[in-house]
Design a protein around this ligand. Structure first.
Ligand code: FES
Ligand code: FES
Length: 162
C-alpha cells in the first residue's frame, strides 16, 4: 500500500498527514501522525468509546474511521473542546462532581456528554445512561458522571454558557 499525503482539519487547523497508509484509522493518525494523544485506543473495535471524536458534528469512534475519508471534514478532538487551562463546562463539572476517572475513558465520556447536551438540553437519567452506553468503564459506577451531566444541564438552562 502506497504512502499518501493528505490534509485533515483538526480543531480548526489544517494538519498535513504524511507517511500514513490509506487504511490507517483516524485514531492512529490523530495520535501517531499528528500528535494529539487525547483520544485513546482501548479496544480499537468500536466497543468502548475511548477514541470518540466529532467529525462534522457527529460523534464517532475514530478507531473505526479511515483517516483519509475524513479529509474536508471538521474534526474535533478532546484537545479542541476548550483551551488548555480553561476547561469547558462539562470538563469542570466532571471535576466538581468527582467524575474524572482514568485517562482512557474520561476523554471519550467528555466528548459524548458534549454531544448529548448539544442535542438534548435537559436529559433524564435514562437518556444519559442510554447515550453513554457506548462509553465503557469496567472500573467503577456511572453515578458521578450522571451527576456531572445534570449539573451542566441545570447551569446551562439557567443561562450560563459553556
Ligand atoms: S478504541 Fe475505539 S471504540 Fe474502543
Ligand atoms: S476505564 Fe477509565 S476508570 Fe475504568
Amino acid at each position: 500500500m502506497s504512502n499518501e499525503v493528505f490534509t485533515l482539519r483538526v480543531n480548526g487547523t489544517d494538519r498535513e498527514v504524511k507517511d500514513s497508509w490509506l487504511g490507517e484509522s483516524l485514531l492512529d493518525v490523530l495520535r501517531d501522525r499528528i500528535g494529539l494523544m487525547g483520544a485513546k485506543g482501548a479496544c480499537t473495535q468500536g466497543e468502548c468509546g475511548s477514541c470518540s471524536v466529532m467529525v462534522d458534528g457527529e460523534l464517532v469512534c475514530s478507531c473505526l474511521v479511515m483517516a483519509a475519508t475524513a479529509t474536508g471534514q471538521e474534526i474535533v478532538t478532546i484537545e479542541g473542546v476548550a483551551p488548555v487551562g480553561s476547561p469547558s463546562d462539562v470538563q469542570q463539572a466532571f471535576v466538581d462532581a468527582g467524575a474524572v476517572q482514568c485517562g482512557f475513558c474520561t476523554p471519550g465520556l467528555v466528548m459524548a456528554v458534549h454531544d448529548l447536551l448539544e442535542r438534548t438540553e435537559t436529559p433524564t437519567d435514562t437518556e444519559i445512561r442510554e447515550e453513554l452506553s457506548g462509553n465503557i468503564c469496567r472500573c467503577t459506577g456511572y453515578g458521578r458522571i450522571i451527576d456531572a451531566v445534570q449539573q451542566v444541564a441545570v447551569t446551562r438552562s439557567n443561562g450560563a454558557t459553556s
